[in-house]
Write a protein of this length. Structure first.
Length: 270
């Protein structure tokens, strides 16, 4: 047992062997106990500057390109094309063109309708959808007209109303969409405002104006586009374009073929 008196403090402890001898010697020489030397602490672990390896990203780091509509996918000059643009300054070539695939259209009608096969199928689907959604019925008023038939129709309009008026309501032979086999005039069944602008205010005309695009059709002569198309408002005249072009025009809000394809307006004949 060693008793050490230092600085008025009494420390009692048991020290054995050489450690006791050394401690006594230190106390004797200094007169005070020496504070134990602090041992350095081990360094704290530091977070890795790089962290765990991350897997390489997969896939493109750039936004996916949004496909744009290809306006040159079909010809607008070839009369056999679904996109053929026919107006007062873009006549059919040849002028007496006859579509290669005309078929009878199995829908109610005033005059037996004939159209190109794809357009015929679309009309059947559109008429069926109209009846299913409204409980009403549509009928075909007029559809394909040959060059010879258009001669008769135009001459009758001129004889009855004069050429100036006829040129706003009936295409001259060789410039009629009806000759393409892709256009149809539609009326209510039973008839109501047939071939008259008031058709646009009927439930039949309103439904067609809002929904014909779903079946690949375009209301070809809108009321606000007379300076572009050259024809008065015809809410009964629908032109088949195919589902892709009709949907694109609907989605972009472009209502005439001339504007969509960047073509000159056709208010009159050259």
């Amino acid at each position: 047992m060693v008793v050490v008196l230092a600085g008025g403090a009494l420390a009692i402890g048991t020290i054995s062997g050489r450690a006791a001898t050394s401690l006594v010697a230190v106390v004797a020489s200094t007169g005070a106990p020496t504070a134990p030397t602090s041992l350095p602490l081990p360094p704290s672990p530091q977070p890795s500057s790089t962290g765990p390896a991350r897997p390489a990203p997969t896939g493109s780091q750039h936004p996916a390109a949004v496909p744009t509509f290809n306006r040159s996918a079909r010809s607008i000059d070839d009369p056999t094309s679904l996109w053929a643009v026919v107006d007062k300054i873009r006549p059919l070539r040849p002028a007496d063109y006859t579509p290669p695939d005309l078929v009878d259209v199995p829908v109610p009608h005033v005059w037996n309708p004939r159209l190109r096969a794809e357009a015929s199928n679309a009309v059947v689907g559109m008429f069926a959808a109209f009846t299913a959604e409204t409980g009403l019925q549509l009928q075909s008023q007029s559809s394909y007209r040959s060059y010879g038939t258009q001669v008769d129709v135009y001459n009758q309009d001129v004889a009855g109303n004069g050429q100036a008026f006829a040129d706003t309501s009936t295409a001259r032979p060789g410039t009629s969409e009806h000759q393409t086999g892709l256009a149809i005039d539609i009326s209510a069944l039973p008839g109501n405002c047939s071939l008259d602008p008031c058709f646009g205010a009927t439930p039949h005309g309103q439904w067609l104006a809002q929904n014909a695009w779903r079946f690949g059709f375009l209301l070809r002569y809108p009321a606000d586009k007379v300076p572009i198309t050259g024809y008065g408002y015809e809410p009964w005249h629908f032109r088949y374009l195919g589902a892709d072009l009709a949907a694109e025009m609907h989605n972009t809000g472009v209502s005439t073929l001339e504007e969509f394809f960047g073509l000159p307006a056709a208010p009159g004949y050259n």
